[in-house]
Design a protein around this ligand. Structure first.
Ligand code: FES
Ligand code: FES
Length: 468
């Protein structure tokens, strides 16, 4: 599974990104964290002619409170929002974010990227709908704001036009009690059913994800059980490999009740029964046009880097690998995992699923564990990359490697390099990391033969005796 060929443009500013979208329309895709898009590319579910990388645009890196909402720029990674000191004022976001993928994918994936892809089981679109948030869109033609209820149109389908990019999303303050819960086969997987509730003034709004083709919210009225039952039946639930429609409806009743009660308790009231909160949906004001931010393109204008490169043309790449500066070149579609293994001969990084699930390819990029199979080699330019070859030294194992050896924490070793890179990053940042933090980090890795008990023992031992 490898991506198809495409051109790659690293946009230096918003206008440059918009130029490419204006020129290429639906043939171009914006990439930021790439944790969904890269998996889709690897599986060839999408075949864009051009990728526009907005990761390094400074104007998209903001997290700010504005007009009673938290406005999150398109370059903000999920991990950065989770670590933002003011997040506790947004309890629904704070509750849902740890359920979004794994630490390793949150280190790359962006908040707006999750909104843009509109997976019906994803947590952040659900939170946006529950809170009645807005998506800020921008193109060469206009800037506009679209209410969350109107933005999500169906499975991975949104109201974004081909020449528009998401510039930011706005999560309003709940203004009352809020609660989130989900059921998934494995922590970090997409939800089978997720529920988010907001209760204020004795009125409740419940949003449900994973059931219909988009997150759906309803203001609950009257008897709670009856309202939940009616909501569950009205959702267009579907059978799939993970669960039946009937099971999903039952989860809506049960988890829905739990989150409404939890949100009500947080708000200091018993189970709410009266009609609800939010502004009427639909009708006027579905999309608010803000301005016409940029003059329309004239012929030949705004090509950015597009057209300068053939799609197969190799690009120069330079980054630090385990402390040594390396230079090379690669086609834009070459994955970092393949560049490490096949171009640089750094075969300690393993490749399993190539869509971000197994964790075998995990490396550190600028100190954070990330999936090398969901990162383009060209995206690593200028970064500090660390692989398992960077542990230990002088022919000796590092303390973490030694602990794995001492505690029989590997058999075939296929998963081990990735696990070591995740744990090494954790212990560098949190030398006193507890059992739960270690488990949270290990949740992003699949080991098919050793089992996790000995891996946990090795991790705990390495934490307690960091360097022999
Ligand atoms: Fe990258 Fe499986 S997560 S190979
Ligand atoms: Fe074999 Fe983990 S040691 S997959």
């Amino acid at each position: 599974m490898k991506p198809p060929v495409f051109d790659y443009v690293r946009a230096g500013g918003i206008e440059e990104a918009l130029d490419v979208l204006a020129r290429e329309g639906g043939d171009a895709r914006v990439i930021a964290g790439g944790q969904t898009l890269m998996a889709m590319l690897n599986m060839r579910l999408v075949r864009p002619a051009t990728l526009v990388d907005i990761t390094r645009i400074p104007a998209l890196q903001h997290i700010e409170e504005r007009d009673g909402a938290l406005v999150v720029g398109a370059g903000v990674r999920q991990a950065d929002l989770l670590a933002w000191p003011g997040l506790s004022a947004y309890p629904l976001l704070a509750a849902a974010l740890p359920w979004v993928g794994h630490t390793q994918t949150r280190n790359a994936g962006t908040v707006c990227g999750s909104i843009a892809h509109a997976d019906p089981s994803a947590e952040l679109p659900l939170v946006l709908v529950a809170l009645g948030g807005e998506v800020h869109l921008r193109s060469r033609r206009r800037a506009r704001r679209v209410k969350a209820d109107d933005f999500f149109l169906g499975t991975m389908t949104t109201a974004r036009d081909d020449d528009e990019m998401i510039e930011a999303v706005a999560f309003p303050k709940a203004g009352g009690g809020a609660a989130f819960r989900e059921v998934a086969r494995r922590h970090g997987d997409f939800a089978i059913v997720a529920c988010a509730a907001v209760v204020r003034g004795g009125k409740a709004r419940l949003a449900v994800g994973g059931v219909a083709d988009r997150p759906v919210a309803r203001d609950l009225d009257g008897d709670l059980d009856a309202a939940l039952d009616a909501f569950a039946w009205d959702l267009e639930a579907r059978d799939d490999i993970h669960a039946t429609a009937r099971y999903r409806r039952e989860l809506v009743r049960r988890i829905g009740r739990q989150v409404v009660e939890a949100a009500g308790n947080e708000h200091g009231i018993d189970t709410p029964t009266s009609p609800v909160l939010s502004a009427p949906r639909g009708g006027e004001g579905r999309s608010v046009e803000i301005s016409s931010p940029s003059p329309p393109l004239r012929a030949g204008e705004g090509r950015g880097e597009v057209g300068r490169h053939a799609r197969h043309e190799r690009r120069p790449i330079s980054f630090s690998l385990n402390g040594k500066q390396i230079t090379g070149d690669a086609e834009p579609r070459l994955l970092l995992s393949d560049f490490l293994r096949h171009t640089l001969g750094a075969t300690g990084t393993h490749v399993g699923c190539e869509h971000g699930v197994c964790g075998a390819c995990t490396v550190q990029i600028d100190g954070r564990p990330r999936r090398a199979c969901l990162t383009l080699a060209v995206q690593a330019a200028g970064c500090d990359v660390r692989t398992v070859e960077g542990l230990g030294g002088g022919g000796r194992l590092g303390p973490l490697q030694q602990a794995f050896r001492d505690h029989f924490a590997l058999q075939c070793g296929f998963c081990t390099a990735g696990i070591l890179m995740s744990l090494d990053a954790l212990f560098r940042e949190r030398p006193d990391a507890g059992e739960n933090e270690i488990k949270e980090m290990l949740a992003g890795h699949l080991c098919r033969c050793t089992g996790y008990a000995s891996i946990m023992r090795a991790a705990m031992a390495a934490r307690e005796e960091p360097d022999a």
